[in-house]
Design a binder for this molecule. Structure first.
Ligand SMILES: Cc1ncc(COP(=O)(O)O)c(C=O)c1O
Length: 385
């Protein structure tokens, strides 16, 4: 039986956006003005959000779009990936694989490194062939891919693109350089669970003016100088002015959110350090982890699924496991690409053991203490030692 930390207490969410009242008041005012102005897309807020985001990252261009998936598709289309291969990790959001397929390319999945949860560098590089168009790296959970510079140099030498999927990594850094500024292009998601949200939304960041111009055209049906002058195959991938207002407000809170998350993680680490059946990765000082998620590993052979269920059902605490099952074991890719068990052994073995306790900007220290107590007690009840 669970004790006093049981499920009669309020649910703790695994992820949640944070909109303090002061921000809501400002947002409501701005939305009223937008509605009165009649300018609902591609107006002053979209432009300002792009400029604020690009200066936060230290990149030359930022183009606001409807989703991260749109940003990825635009980048793939710019690089003419049709009938070519794109390498990307199997522990990934399935929509990224879909984007590659939508653009007529072949996704080539790579295994993951169980210590960082990012793509395994050697496996990624070994999968480069003469038909490779480029590589998509995901900064998993908010950790910049530790080998990003090495992989970028290989890409430059081979003339293939490198795209950073920074959907988990707004504000994450390596050596003081921000995710999304470490390669030719970065793609960000502002989905509700992310480090900052616009409801739905995305941003493409790039040092390449041609890619930025192309993105501005393709997000708006491929227009050139006017709506009567269509120069590219495009789509309706604009961000609305209302979404841009949310983005501007959330960007102002981002630094504070990352600091808050880092403080909570120290609390988690202290509270969980005696548990020999849990392994919590440490990161060198030159990384600033954004802690979109806090993935930790249970020792091999333990019943992770029972433990996760217990934490949710008996203690009312939502928890996750990012990308379990990995993309190659999703029914759609088993069918379309003939994927099966055993193809990516590191991902398969680590993801089955992964557990992500709640972490978000609205989470309090008291709630973290409640999660720690639940983990300790549920571990005992499951017989972990
Ligand atoms: C790593 C990663 N890439 C891409 C996406 C897609 O983002 P969006 O929903 O904005 O298209 C997500 C969303 O969850 C993600 O986690």
């Amino acid at each position: 039986m669970a004790t006093d930390i049981n499920n009669s207490q309020q649910k703790i969410a695994a992820a949640s956006p944070l909109f303090p009242q002061q921000d809501i008041d400002e947002i409501q005012l701005a939305i009223g003005n937008i509605l009165r102005s009649g300018r609902l897309i591609l107006g002053e807020h979209t432009l300002a959000f792009e400029q604020e985001f690009q200066s936060y990252l230290g990149v030359e261009h930022a183009v606001a779009v409807s989703t991260c998936t749109a940003a990825i598709q635009i980048t793939l289309r710019f690089h003419e990936v049709k009938q070519r291969e794109v390498i990307l990790p199997t522990n990934n959001f399935i929509g990224v694989v879909s984007a590659v397929l939508e653009e007529g390319a072949t996704p080539v999945l790579a295994d993951m490194n169980p210590e960082t949860f990012c793509a395994d560098t050697d496996d990624v590089l070994a999968r480069i062939t003469p038909n490779t168009a480029g590589i998509i790296l995901v900064h998993i959970a908010g950790l910049v891919h530790p080998d990003i510079d090495r992989i970028r140099l290989v890409c430059e030498n081979k003339g293939i693109f490198l795209l950073e999927d920074a959907s988990h990594a707004h504000g994450a850094e390596i050596d003081g350089r921000k995710a999304g500024s470490l390669s030719e292009s970065g793609c960000f998601s502002f989905y509700p669970t992310k480090l900052m949200t616009t409801g739905t939304g995305g941003m493409l960041t790039t040092s390449n003016k041609q890619l930025a111009d192309y993105a501005r055209s393709v997000r708006h049906h491929g227009v050139g100088n006017s709506l009567d002058d269509v120069v590219n195959l495009g789509n309706d991938w604009c961000m609305s002015e209302i979404h841009a207002v949310l983005g501007r407000s959330q960007l102002k809170r981002l630094e504070q959110s990352i600091e808050h998350r880092n403080r909570l993680i120290i609390r988690y680490r202290n509270g969980l350090k005696e548990l020999s059946w849990l392994s919590i990765p440490q990161y060198p000082k030159n990384f600033r982890h954004a802690y979109y998620k806090f993935p930790i590993l249970l020792r091999e052979g333990l019943d992770r699924d029972r433990f996760r269920r217990m934490i949710f059902e008996d203690y009312n605490i939502e928890n996750g496991a990012i990308y379990d099952p990995p993309c190659h074991l999703q029914p759609v890719l088993r069918k379309l690409m003939g994927c099966c068990e055993g193809m990516y052994p590191q991902a398969e073995s680590a993801l089955k053991r992964q557990f992500c306790p709640p972490i978000h900007s609205a989470l309090s220290e008291l709630e973290v203490d409640r999660v720690i107590a639940a983990i300790v007690e549920a571990g005992k009840r499951c017989g972990f030692n």
